[in-house]
Ligand binder design. Structure first.
Ligand SMILES: Cc1cc2nc3c(=O)[nH]c(=O)nc-3n(C[C@H](O)[C@H](O)[C@H](O)COP(=O)(O)OP(=O)(O)OC[C@H]3O[C@@H](n4cnc5c(N)ncnc54)[C@H](O)[C@@H]3O)c2cc1C
Length: 492
């Protein structure tokens, strides 16, 4: 497919490989602003989406209007997710205003519905600049707006250090990806915000924006028609300050021993806990890697961290970008789907009801302890996720239900869910490299034991950790998730 051209001010930009045009409409005439619509890149600085909008605005002599909206009806909307998103939104708004850029927000709710708000804001815009995100709703919503809008919509990658487009289109394996990705990293490590040279937008708006006060967010969230059985995470407070605290902890406590401690889930200093903040763009990989470069830690540890944050995370972003539906079971390797299908009718003595899985009350004590991290912290250690993900294949009636259940639990409970890393890792759990043995239920898909946690010195203490899970509501049956099925009503 031939991509519509970019205007020269974006085509000539050093960050141009991050940008694509989703339609070929002409720039709006007599417009009031350039609309910058943020969904997941919720940071005011080092944000290429905002910078692209500022560049375009400067060239057109128009101010930028940044818009962030949160709806009640996205799948699994909960106190946990809403609180995290709105906390980030608060700092995003303050940060935009500090840069001299107008920011408006809408929290959709019964007494204040604003349907089609992006479209309505777009009618006064010369162009819309949005995010290029391959999973969850951002891609659908941007495509939908692109079909409807009378003006151009440009989408910008803000999630990766190296824009996926510079890697080329047909890289199949991670080693081929790394061969291209590693030499590019230095080029894309330079940050620098674009400065608006047009006065802040102060004109009319088609709605009454929500001015959030930090103190008022809890009451607002409590009033919404969302899942109130899933509380916010104390481990991952919302907002920029919390992300910066985690970044400082990474530099001081985590990085100096990362390569050796990262697989030990019983040691809190083995993991940065940054994934929720990265998923919602509260901070970006460029900023994290700059901190890593400055940290006092050995080269092995820094290299291992870079392998996770850039080598794995950006590989999954790259993969997702090339898939029409990165979140669906069909992405699992063909050999793995075949072998799992051949064993779909095997007896499943480890099968568990959904309620027991969701609440972490199965017969598998280790799995329950993993699940409690999701329930209480909205996050799980990487090493545990591998055991957790593999075991779901044995706990559910067939491989497709296993995939749907794993995605459901991950996406509803985890603050970093619905990420390219979610479905990429899940596909690795359901596939990976074929083993030689053909086992019941798994066929040639590798299984995984819990020894890497249970047998640690602190394994017994970890297992006994007194995490009190919330009494989350249990769907009956597993929801035919509209999002996973591709049918979420993407009204914007
Ligand atoms: C079954 C399964 C499901 C997963 N689901 C998610 C998910 O929903 N969202 C998510 O962000 N990650 C997911 N991961 C990857 C990984 O487990 C988490 O990114 C990591 O545990 C986050 O904790 P951290 O920030 O402390 O990681 P750290 O060890 O501190 O790593 C730093 C960063 O590197 C990246 N990273 C680390 N490990 C991986 C990995 N295996 N793949 C991709 N990126 C990685 C993350 O952005 C992470 O924040 C999943 C892994 C598995 C096996």
């Amino acid at each position: 497919m031939v991509m519509p051209p970019l205007p020269p001010v974006l085509a000539d930009w050093r960050e141009a490989p991050r940008v694509r045009a989703l339609n070929d409409r002409p720039l709006g005439a007599d417009s009031r602003y350039v609309l910058c619509w943020l969904q997941q890149a919720l940071r005011a600085r080092d944000n290429p989406v905002i910078d692209a909008a500022v560049r375009l605005g400067n060239a057109l002599r128009l101010p930028v209007l940044v818009y962030h909206g949160v709806r009640e009806d996205y799948p699994y909307a909960s106190d946990r997710l809403h609180r995290f998103i709105l906390g980030a939104s608060l700092d995003l708004g303050a940060g935009c205003e500090a840069r001299g850029i107008a920011f408006v927000r809408h929290v959709d709710r019964q007494e204040q519905r604003e349907r089609g708000l992006v479209h309505r804001l777009g009618t006064d815009a010369a162009a819309i600049v949005a995010e290029d995100q391959p999973t969850f709703v951002a891609r659908w919503q941007a495509d939908r707006v692109a079909r409807r809008a009378a003006v151009p919509i440009y989408v910008v990658n803000a999630a990766c250090l190296v824009p996926p487009s510079v890697i080329g289109d047909n890289v199949r394996g991670r080693s081929g990806f790394l061969r291209q990705h590693e030499p590019e990293r230095a080029t894309w490590s330079k940050a620098g915000d674009e400065a608006p040279d047009v006065s802040r937008y102060d004109g009319p708006l088609p709605f009454d924006p929500d001015q959030l006060e930090s103190a008022g967010i809890d009451a607002l969230v409590a009033s919404l028609a969302i899942d109130h059985t899933l509380p916010p995470s104390d481990m991952h407070p919302p907002g920029r300050a919390a992300a910066m605290t985690r970044l400082a902890r990474l530099m001081k406590e985590v990085l100096p021993g990362y390569a050796s401690a990262r697989n030990d889930a019983t040691r809190p200093e083995g993991a940065s806990g940054l994934s929720p903040y990265l998923h919602f763009g509260v901070l970006g990989p460029r900023e994290v890697m700059a901190a890593v470069a400055d940290a006092r830690a050995g080269g092995t540890h820094k290299a291992k961290f870079a392998d996770e944050l850039l080598g794995w995370r950006e590989w999954f972003h790259y993969q997702a970008r090339g898939l029409a539906r990165p979140e669906q079971y069909g992405r699992v390797a063909e050999w793995a789907r075949r072998t799992l299908a051949e064993h779909a009718d095997d007896a499943r003595p480890d099968a568990e009801p959904l309620a027991a899985m969701l609440r972490g009350e199965t017969r598998d004590e280790t799995w329950n302890a993993c699940q409690r991290q999701f329930l209480v912290h909205g996050w799980m250690h990487n090493n545990l996720r591998m055991y957790w993900g593999k075991r779901i294949i044995a706990m559910t009636p067939d491989p497709e239900t296993a995939w749907a259940t794993a995605c459901y639990l991950n996406d509803r409970l985890s603050l970093d869910g619905r990420d390219p890393a979610t479905y990429g890792n899940m596909a690795a759990m359901f596939g990976g490299s074929p083993g030689d043995r053909d086992r019941p239920v798994y066929g040639r898909v590798a299984t995984r034991g819990d020894g890497s946690t249970r047998n640690r010195e602190q394994g017994a203490t970890w297992l006994a950790a007194a995490l009190q899970p919330p009494a989350v509501s249990v769907p009956d049956p597993l929801p035919g998730d509209a999002y996973l099925a591709g049918a979420w009503p993407a009204k914007t």
